[in-house]
Design a protein around this ligand. Structure first.
Ligand code: GAP
Length: 462
């Protein structure tokens, strides 16, 4: 069958509210604990969302581990010896400055409020230094809720989430923290990996792991949560051999997004002007989110030997690397890539989400995801529900395809509606068993993007 005439694409109407309601309506993302009124900063991935999330993880793994002989992947425990977080600097320095409205108790991030007034608050500032800036400016900040400008002093609020693991007396003297960042599990296992694998520097370690942060204002849907997943790579290199490798890693990560279909005009670099305590250089890959505008998706950090030096100091274990060929001994430097899986998910979803005006009138919503990312690869339909031989043949086709791909069977409603449902969740191919199938065995294969159809045999799809 011939392709339909040009499809007019209408993107002007795309807002983050559209994306959020789409996610709920089509089973991609649900607000966490919704039946109890929800829990701020926690979200659940629904059936299609989990499939997309897993496909993104697999595409990430393919790029950073499977196709790189000098990379391995690990999966470390979330609970870590509490000294980990002292050594990493999180117990002492992983804090946001917070102030409260004296009238309605709304809390704000003082550094963000100062920033909005054009006053830079450095994260290395002490509480006292910060309060000097805050004193000079706090009256200019208007509370969003009650419109007053009467704020408390700024107080440093640590973002680490504590657990009561092993605290049977309930005294909470030695809290075991939940991970503030996933990468620490890689640093704790660096020596194990060197001792038990054939990895030689330079080599990389990848991990997807959960992170928890007591964000003061979790907001913007999946963008700022209190519980989220990070996909990290840590590349261990010889000291001072960071420059070229850092450039290469940055380029690879940027191109990964483009290769998987992100529109180039929606992606850009931002270099950090003010570095966090562990970084020598830091760049963010930013995406142009609907409503929010450009913001960080992935961070690429030159961490020097900060992490291993700290863990060596606090654990007392020698973390020097011995080069067997040259006899050189050194503490490796680390180049890090770290992306929040929720932000990656939102990036691909927002970029693919398209509302199109159809030539024959009406609209369709289509997720223009690359085939390897689509939650469902093939949807299989009998043309009509009331012909048992068509339904039986369609079920057979479904079973054959489902042995290799993620598939969905649908015999509910008219064929046009079934196509629309699949377009909306990004299914690249719909396979229809019709009367011709019963005559010559061929199936109608309909393409999501062009809406074109052609005849195929099931073997061609495998
Ligand atoms: N290990 C380095 C590290 O954790 P980061 O810039 O704090 O660096 C890395 O976090 C990535 O994790 C960010 O680029 C972002 O994608 C994601 N991320 C950070 N905080 C987040 C939050 N509260 N909610 C969702 N994702 C977050």
């Amino acid at each position: 069958m011939k392709a339909k005439e040009t499809i007019k694409t209408d993107k002007a109407s795309k807002t983050m509210d559209d994306i959020i309601s789409f996610c709920k309506r089509r089973g991609f993302v649900y607000p966490g604990s919704e039946i109890y009124g929800g829990l701020g900063g926690a979200y659940d991935f629904g059936p299609y969302g989990s499939l997309l999330l897993n496909n993104l993880k697999n595409a990430w793994r393919k790029a950073v581990v499977r196709t790189k002989p000098n990379y391995v992947e690990i999966d470390s425990a979330m609970f870590k010896e509490p000294k980990t977080w002292v050594a990493s600097g999180h117990v002492g320095g992983f804090s946001d400055p917070l102030a409260e409205c004296k009238k309605c108790n709304v809390r704000v991030r003082v550094d963000k409020e100062l920033g909005a007034l054009g006053v830079h608050a450095d994260e290395k500032m002490s509480e006292e230094e910060l309060n000097t800036l805050w004193d000079a400016n706090r009256k200019k900040v208007i509370c969003q809720k009650c419109k007053s400008n009467n704020w408390t002093d700024a107080r440093m609020f640590n973002l680490l989430v504590k657990s009561n693991l092993g605290d049977f007396t309930g005294e909470g003297k030695t809290p075991v923290y939940l991970p503030g960042e996933a990468c620490q599990g890689i640093y704790l296992n660096y020596k194990n990996i060197v001792d038990t694998t054939r990895m030689k520097i330079p080599f990389g370690v990848a991990q997807i792991g959960k992170a928890f942060r007591n964000e003061i204002n979790p907001r913007n849907f999946l963008f700022r949560c209190r519980e989220f997943e990070q996909a990290d790579t840590q590349y261990f290199i010889k000291p001072n051999e960071n420059k070229e490798a850092y450039e290469k890693i940055r380029e690879e990560r940027f191109n990964w997004y483009l290769g998987l279909g992100i529109k180039p005009e929606n992606l850009r670099w931002k270099q950090h002007e003010h570095l966090v305590f562990y970084a020598k250089d830091a760049w963010d890959i930013e995406y142009n989110f609907p409503t929010y505008g450009f913001d960080e998706v992935e961070g690429i950090h030159d961490r020097t030997d900060y992490d291993l030096q700290q863990h060596m100091k606090y654990s007392g274990v020698d973390l020097h690397y011995l080069d067997q060929t040259t006899g050189e001994k050194y503490v490796p430097w680390i180049l890090e890539t770290s992306v929040g899986m929720g932000r990656m998910f939102l990036t691909f979803l927002c970029d693919a989400y398209t509302v199109e005006t159809l030539p024959e009138g009406g609209e369709r919503t289509v997720l223009r995801l690359k085939e390897e990312l689509a939650p469902i690869r093939y949807a299989v339909f009998p043309l009509v529900k009331n012909k048992p031989e068509l339904v039986a043949r369609a079920k057979e086709v479904y079973e054959v395809l489902a042995s290799e791909h993620m598939c969905e069977f649908d015999d509910n409603g008219n064929i046009g509606k079934r196509y629309r449902r699949q377009d909306e969740i990004g299914t690249p191919h719909c396979v229809v068993v019709d009367y011709q199938t019963m005559e010559d065995g061929t199936l109608a294969l309909r393409d999501r993007d062009t809406m074109e159809q052609r005849r195929v045999r099931v073997e061609e799809l495998l």
